[in-house]
Design a protein around this ligand. Structure first.
Ligand code: UDP
Ligand code: MG
Length: 332
C-alpha cells in the first residue's frame, strides 16, 4: 500500500490546548475535499498545558496525524524546521495552529501549486483581532526588512505558505541557526507567487509571541539577511568627522575675534562625550548581535532536540504505534 502523502500540513504548537481539536476539525474538512492523501504534522514545542494529551488522542484516532515532541521549547521557527524535516508530502503547507490562518485558504495555495509554482505564500490583506501595537510594529517590520535586506521578502507575509518538494529539500539543506524561514525561502528562489487572505482572530488563548520574542525575531531577520547595520557606523563616523572639521575653525575664529565669549567648555565636552559614547555602544550592540550569531554557528548545536515521535505505521494498532525516541533533529 502506497501511503506516501501528497500534502503535508505542518502546525507548530506551543500551549494551544483549547485549539487543537478545532484545528483538526477544520483541517480535515478542507483536506478530505482535496482528494489527495495527506498528513498532519504537529510539533509540540515544549507545551506545558494539556496540548500533548490532546495531540496524543488525535494520533490514536487518525493515523494521518503525526506529532513531534520537542525536549523543551525551541521556538516557532525551529518547530517549523522540524516539521519540514519530517514532512513526506510533495506539497508542504505551514500553518499556525491558532487558526489565524484559515485552513480554507489551503485550497487556493494548492491551486497555484498545480499551476506550477514552487512556493505559494499567503499575504495578509487585513489582520483581525490584533492590537494596534502588533499591527503597527508588524507593518513597520515587514517594510524595514523589505528595504534593508538583500533578498526580496514579500511584505505582510508570514509563514503560512505552501512549498513544493524541491523548495523543502533546499531549505532542509540549510541548517543555520536563528532562522528566519521566509527569508530563507526567498533566498532559495524558484517560482513564487502569493494569494491574499484575511488573517483571523486567534481561536482561543493568547499570542505566544511577546514583545521580547518579536524583537529577537526581527533581529534574526535583519542580521540574517542584511549587512546594512554593520555599515551604518561609517555614516555616523562621517557625520561626526564633518562636525569636527566644521567646529575646529569655528572655535578658533570665535577665540581669536571676541575675547569675552566664554566657550562653555565643560558642559559641551560632557554632552559630546556622552553622545559619542552612546553611538559607540550602539555599534558594539550591533556587532554583538552578529558575533553572537556567528558563535551559534560555530558551536554547531542541533536546531532542536526531539524527545519522541508519535506516529502510527499504516497497519499498526494504536497501542503499538508509538515510535521509539528519535535522535537529534540535526542528524537528518
Ligand atoms: N509557537 C511555537 N513556539 C513558540 C511560540 C509560538 O510553536 O515558542 C507557535 C504557536 O503555538 C502558534 C504559532 O507558533 O501555532 C504562531 O504563534 P502565535 O500565534 O502566538 O504568534 P502571533 O500569531 O501572535 O504572531
Ligand atoms: Mg497567532
Amino acid at each position: 500500500m502506497d501511503t506516501h502523502p501528497v500534502i503535508s500540513v505542518i502546525a507548530p504548537v506551543y500551549n494551544e490546548e483549547p485549539i487543537i481539536d478545532e484545528l483538526y476539525r477544520r483541517l480535515i474538512e478542507v483536506l478530505d475535499n482535496t482528494g489527495e492523501a495527506w498528513e498532519l504534522i504537529m510539533i509540540n514545542d515544549g507545551s506545558y498545558d494539556g496540548s500533548a494529551a490532546k495531540m496524543r488522542a488525535l494520533v490514536e484516532r487518525d493515523p494521518r496525524v503525526r506529532v513531534i515532541n520537542f525536549a523543551r521549547n525551541f521556538g516557532h521557527q525551529n518547530a517549523v524546521t522540524a516539521g519540514l524535516d519530517h514532512a513526506r508530502g510533495d506539497a508542504v503547507i505551514v500553518i499556525d495552529a491558532d487558526l489565524q490562518d484559515p485552513p480554507e485558504v489551503i485550497l487556493e495555495l494548492l491551486a497555484k501549486w498545480r499551476e506550477g509554482y514552487h512556493v505559494v505564500y499567503a499575504v495578509r490583506s487585513e489582520r483581525k483581532g490584533e492590537t494596534w501595537f502588533k499591527k503597527f510594529t508588524a507593518k513597520l517590520f515587514y517594510r524595514l526588512i523589505y528595504r534593508i535586506t538583500d533578498v526580496d521578502i514579500p511584505v505582510d507575509t508570514g509563514d503560512f505558505r505552501l512549498m513544493d518538494r524541491q523548495m523543502v529539500n533546499a531549505l532542509n539543506a540549510m541548517r543555520e541557526h536563528n532562522r528566519f524561514i521566509r527569508g530563507l525561502t526567498s533566498w532559495v528562489g524558484f517560482r513564487q507567487t502569493g494569494v491574499y487572505y484575511v488573517r483571523q482572530e486567534r481561536f482561543a488563548g493568547e499570542t505566544k509571541y511577546p514583545l521580547k520574542k518579536m524583537v529577537r525575531f526581527a533581529l534574526d531577520a535583519i542580521t540574517g539577511f542584511s549587512y546594512f547595520p554593520l555599515q551604518v557606523a561609517i555614516y555616523a563616523s562621517l557625520v561626526l568627522a564633518l562636525v569636527a572639521v566644521l567646529a575646529i575653525p569655528l572655535v578658533a575664529v570665535l577665540r581669536l575675534t571676541s575675547s569675552n565669549i566664554q566657550f562653555q567648555g565643560q558642559a559641551t565636552t560632557l554632552i559630546v562625550v556622552l553622545l559619542v559614547s552612546s553611538f559607540q555602544l550602539f555599534f558594539f550592540f550591533i556587532m554583538g548581535q552578529y558575533i553572537a550569531r556567528i558563535y551559534d554557528e560555530v558551536r554547531r548545536r542541533p536546531l532542536y532536540v526531539v524527545a519522541d515521535l508519535w506516529e502510527r505505521q499504516p497497519d499498526e494498532t494504536p497501542e503499538t504505534g508509538v515510535a521509539a525516541p528519535d535522535e537529534h533533529g540535526q542528524s537528518r
